[in-house]
Design a binder for this molecule. Structure first.
Ligand code: NAD
Length: 484
């Protein structure tokens, strides 16, 4: 198969926070990969802007080091690296100050896309938007990209939306959720809407339940103080898990276009049932001989913030009424795995004598590791000895199905930044979606506060607190194993 990389139009991309962790670890190495793939035009410019007092040469050196540290095989491509670095510039700017803006405006060239990536704390978004406007950089061809967290509740998200809306139209605002940039997430839509097989089964007549798991093995580590003000509900459920749920549950949009897709996602969030306290389990990891407990990491021995959450919710519409959606996410779990399992109903009647096992078709969408899709089907166990049935995965792992082409799959950040340049908002969250998600999340978090809810401790390296298993046992179901 021939790889089809379509170059994007010329652009100037300014990365506020261009010296930060995210820029060095993800954004710049990702852009370098797009450069090697010849998707980034030779005239494009990337301008780092942050508080550090650097010049452009100093910045190029910083990014050369970052690519050496965080890049993959591509870092060996020395010739490309030099040409890529030559397209970088740097301007020292304090978002709250007036210095540097004129220099920045002077570097921007007319007649091309101007994208401004806000890779800084959200408390600076308003300052940046305001100064971009003041210095004539907020015009029809400019776009802003904003990182998570987008608010910590409905009120703060609304405030952030209002602040950005003072200077930018919604069509110019790209709220990143990098889960949406993953290849498998888009493949989920291709599988659902590009095949005749699945859509007829995608409803409460055939689907028993859906599980969404995002499990990590790491703890909160050095981010303890930040994380303790957030917790798994705000950090993971309100955005990443909710977005995955929307893509699984939404009605087919009339076209695969930004607003058509986002309208359907919004309807899903609005149809989510409130979650009663007995349908939610919170946890905190314990200490091991080698690793600290959550409370040690958070530096608050009395912290009530959760590092794990499991919940059961339902969607009140014709398609999904009565189908539970089980969501779980946590740190220091037994493996690193993100996946969505669509578990279909039992056959109801087996014609095979002696076959008492429960065979179920499961569509498993793996986001990491080994991005790909499995369809569990029941077949005859090969060989003599009668009709014995066995469940096997039909493996649609891209590396096997697509061979070398799968190696060119861009990572989430690369793809999303190229979408910003193309002006394609399909994989970005709209302001009303984010607000609707907080509207569902806020009462849950408020309820914990009012009841003085204390998270359960769970064993590091486990699948979370025992109560999370019970959440499904009560419904005579069980979680799929977390396998990395
Ligand atoms: P960081 O602390 O490593 O870097 C922050 C950057 O902002 C630095 O370049 C710093 O110079 C710059 N900065 C700070 N104050 C400034 C000011 N007043 N004016 C101009 N620049 C200023 O942070 P990070 O990890 O790179 O995260 C950046 C943003 O991305 C945050 O909103 C974070 O929540 C979000 N985010 C980060 C990650 C990640 O993996 N690091 C993942 C998802 C979201």
């Amino acid at each position: 198969m021939v790889s089809r990389v379509i170059p994007v139009e010329d652009f100037d991309l300014v990365i506020f926070g261009g010296t930060g962790d995210l820029a060095r670890r993800k954004i710049l190495p990702g852009l370098f990969r797009r450069f090697i793939s010849e998707q980034m035009p030779g005239e494009a410019r990337i301008i780092g802007a942050a508080r550090s007092d650097l010049d452009s040469d100093g910045y190029r050196k910083m990014i050369r080091d970052a690519i050496a540290e965080f890049g993959g095989d591509e870092k060996e491509n020395k010739d490309c690296l030099e040409r890529f670095l030559a397209q970088l510039d740097y301007v020292p700017i304090d978002a709250k100050g007036e210095g540097g803006w004129k220099e920045l405006a002077g570097l921007m060239r007319e007649g091309r896309v101007h994208a401004f990536y806000f890779s800084v704390a959200p408390s600076l978004f308003g300052d940046l938007a305001e100064r971009l406007h003041k210095h004539g950089l907020a015009h029809a061809d400019s776009r802003i990209v904003v990182e998570k967290p987008f608010g910590r509740d409905l009120a703060s998200a609304q405030e952030l939306n209002d602040t950005l809306a003072q200077h930018f139209d919604e069509s110019q605002i790209y709220r990143i959720d990098h889960y949406l940039g993953k290849e498998t997430v888009q493949n989920l839509m291709a599988v659902r809407f590009g095949n005749v097989l699945f859509e007829p089964l995608w409803n409460n007549h055939y689907v028993d339940h859906i599980q969404i798991t995002v499990a990590e093995t790491v703890g909160v580590g050095g981010r303890g103080a930040y994380y303790d003000r957030s917790g798994a509900m705000r950090d993971m459920v309100q955005n990443h898990l909710m977005q995955l749920l929307c893509l699984i549950a939404m009605e087919p949009p009339s076209r695969f276009e930004a607003d058509a897709v986002r309208d359907e996602k919004l309807k899903v969030i609005r149809a989510l049932e409130p979650v009663p306290p007995h349908h939610i389990v919170r946890g905190q990891y314990d200490a091991t001989a080698d690793t600290a407990s959550y409370r040690d990491d958070a530096e608050d021995p009395k912290s009530h913030t959760e590092s794990f959450i499991a919940l059961r919710t339902e969607i009140s519409n014709w398609r999904w009424a009565g189908v539970p959606f089980y969501l779980r996410t946590g740190k220091r779990l037994k493996a690193r795995a993100s996946e969505i399992a669509v578990v279909f109903k039992d056959l109801g009647h087996s014609i095979f004598e002696g076959d008492t096992a429960r065979h179920r078709n499961i569509l498993l969408i793996r986001l990491q590791p080994n991005e790909g899709i499995d369809l569990q089907v029941t077949i005859k166990e090969p060989g003599p000895g009668g009709m014995r049935l066995v469940d096997v995965p039909l493996d649609l792992t891209f590396a096997d199905a697509l061979g070398e082409e799968s190696e060119a799959i861009p990572d989430a950040y690369e793809r999303l930044i190229m979408d910003v340049i193309r002006g394609n908002q399909t994989l970005f969250m709209r302001g009303d979606e984010v607000e609707a998600a907080w509207r569902w999340t806020d009462p849950i978090i408020d309820g914990w506060k009012q009841r003085g809810d204390v998270p359960k401790t769970y064993t590091t390296g486990s699948a979370g607190p025992e109560d999370a298993l019970m959440l499904l046992h009560r419904d005579e179901r069980r979680w799929l194993d977390i396998r990395g």
